[in-house]
Design a protein around this ligand. Structure first.
Ligand code: B12
Ligand code: SF4
Length: 491
């Protein structure tokens, strides 16, 4: 039935694609929340747009949260764009909203072909195709090769079964073709065209805008070779790490510097994986005298002092470490392959290397994790010299190992949770601490930290030595006042 639909549909020769990153599922009309959630441009769609444009397709892109579009504005945008193909970049957090938009769009134009991609689509292909008749094709995994082949196939009324990396309906059946091959040489990809979305992005962490100047994101490598149980990145790229050369990365950095960008976040899963490449990128930034401040993420086990110092000298202002937990038992459960000692040392090295702001990410709520263990992690976050701790509650969602493990043990009702994911502490039968208790703990820690005179004095001293910090604080006065007001209300 589906194939017939494709074959009978006469595509225009000049085919148009519109690509959307939709709002998170909850709070469909709460624009402020949405804006803060879409802190960086959706590079996924910008890359897809660039390869499609290179093949002469017409493409438009909407970042619904970034642009603050309501549901109705989004539907009107689709009507105005009038594409032949509508593609959605879907995460667990935005899959359901994407489906709702696609239903309405299809009602308005039954000939529209709707495609879903990204993590949510990759790990729920059959479930989505079964539930939503408005979704025609799922692109699994990396999208550039597949979308180009798919767009040509649809344009020429070809047979979908020859396109790798997709799932689609045929009669009552769902067909999944072989996985797409990963792109070997990332340098061959065109750079994402940031002008396709007119939004002033900013990086908001723990309520603070840590990138108040002209800001964007950039990716220098893809994938990850590690195996953390809570993360689905490794599965999306088959546990492979592929990297752009320093030269190719520097060419894009120079381009965005010429476009006036002053701050950039590298959103790689493993930016620090190869220290030699990091050092080459850093020397390039310095040699070319690029006026760029940057933020990146690093594993605590592969950041030497020398590399961190080179990074700081080349403009690295913020380092984000995945510390996750202070209890070895929990780190081992997560398969993080680090120790709390390594975390402490990495943070100290980054401090000594003069990286201005250090953020530590923590996850609470592993199965069986006790209140004492959680408090130990919170105390640890206060003991080591990080500036901003970011606490998350452990979640199971399709694509991560915890989801598969809990589904096989019967702890998770798949039908109930596949579109939202679920906090582990809500479904694990022997959870020691409830979700509400963890949230209370996190909130208490937040207020305690920002109320502590030692913390404030320490931060003030660091700020006096850092022009990046002074600039950031000046740009955050309104936010700081808001936080202080909230603190007064709570106190
Ligand atoms: C940058 C980033 C963000 C940014 C920007 C997101 C944005 N606007 O795109 C910010 C900070 C805003 C963010 C927020 C969140 N994020 Co985030 N984020 C990332 C990160 C680090 C990189 C994404 C990226 O740009 N990759 C580079 C591009 C080129 O790759 P890509 O996105 O995979 O896209 C490729 C394919 O997936 C595919 N594809 C993608 N979309 C489409 C669409 C179509 C039509 C097709 C054909 C193909 C296709 O083709 C693309 C090119 O090859 C990823 C980690 C990761 N490795 O994915 C996490 C990640 C995507 N985030 C995650 C999460 C959980 C969140 C939050 C829920 C966090 C929170 N608690 O608030 C929010 C939700 C935001 C929302 N709008 O719903 C999870 C998602 C897990 C899941 N199953 O959904 C990830 C995977 C991190 C992780 N380790 O688990 N995030
Ligand atoms: S959490 Fe980080 S190190 Fe672990 S698998 Fe995901 S991307 Fe890799």
């Amino acid at each position: 039935m589906y194939k017939q639909h494709i074959i009978n549909y006469q595509m225009d020769i000049d085919m148009k694609l519109s690509l959307i990153s939709a709002n998170p599922n909850s709070g469909i009309d709460d624009r402020e929340v949405k804006k803060s959630i879409a802190a960086f441009p959706p590079l996924s769609l910008l890359y897809l747009a660039s390869v499609l444009i290179k093949e002469s397709f017409e493409v438009s892109v909407l970042d619904q949260p970034g642009q603050g579009f309501s549901f109705n504005q989004t539907i009107n945008w689709i009507k105005k764009e009038d594409p032949d193909i509508l593609g959605f970049s879907t995460l667990t957090s935005s899959g359901r909203n994407s489906a709702i938009i696609s239903e309405k769009a299809k009602e308005n134009n039954p000939n529209l072909i709707v495609i879903f991609g990204n993590h949510h689509a990759t790990f729920n292909a059959n479930r989505i195709l079964r539930k939503y008749q408005s979704v025609d094709i799922i692109v699994r995994g990396e999208g550039e090769k597949t979308i180009v082949k798919l767009a040509h196939c649809l344009q020429n009324n070809g047979d979908l079964k020859y396109i790798r990396g997709i799932s689609f309906r045929k009669n009552e059946e769902i067909i999944s073709t072989l996985d797409q091959e990963l792109i070997d040489d990332l340098d061959l990809l065109p750079f994402p065209d940031r002008d396709l979305i007119k939004v002033d992005y900013h990086c908001i962490i723990a309520g603070a805008n840590i990138a108040p100047k002209k800001f964007t994101s950039l990716i220098t490598s893809r994938g990850c070779v590690y195996d953390c149980r809570f993360c689905s990145c490794k599965k999306l790229a088959n546990k492979k790490w592929r990297f752009r050369t320093a030269k190719n990365t520097l060419d894009e950095l120079q381009l965005i510097a010429n476009e006036g960008y002053k701050q950039v976040i590298f959103v790689d899963d493993s930016f620090t994986m190869n220290p030699k490449r990091v050092e080459e990128i850093c020397s390039g930034i310095r040699n070319e005298k690029m006026d760029i401040e940057w933020i990146c993420e690093g594993r605590v086990d592969n950041c030497s002092y020398d590399m961190l110092r080179v990074m700081a000298k080349a403009g690295c202002k913020v380092m984000y470490f995945g510390i996750e937990n202070a209890n070895q038992r929990i780190l081992d459960y997560y398969k993080k392959r680090i120790t709390p000692k390594q975390s402490e040392e990495a943070v100290k090295k980054a401090r000594k290397a003069k990286i201005d702001v250090i953020i530590g990410s923590f996850i609470l709520g592993a199965p069986n994790e006790t209140l004492e263990e959680m408090i130990n992690t919170i105390n640890f976050s206060n003991k080591i010299p990080i500036d901003i701790p970011q606490f998350n509650i452990l979640g199971a969602h399709p694509g991560n190992d915890i989801w598969s493990e809990f589904v096989s043990k019967g702890y998770i009702d798949v039908e109930k949770h596949w579109e939202s994911g679920v906090a582990v502490c809500e479904v694990y039968p022997e959870a020691k601490v409830s979700k509400q208790e963890i949230m209370n703990l996190m909130q208490l820690e937040f207020f305690k930290r920002f109320y502590s005179p030692t913390f404030l004095l320490d931060q003030a001293a660091k700020t006096m030595r850092s022009s990046y910090r002074i600039n950031t604080i000046l740009n955050n006065i309104a936010r700081i006042n808001q936080i202080r007001k909230t603190v007064r209300q709570v106190a």
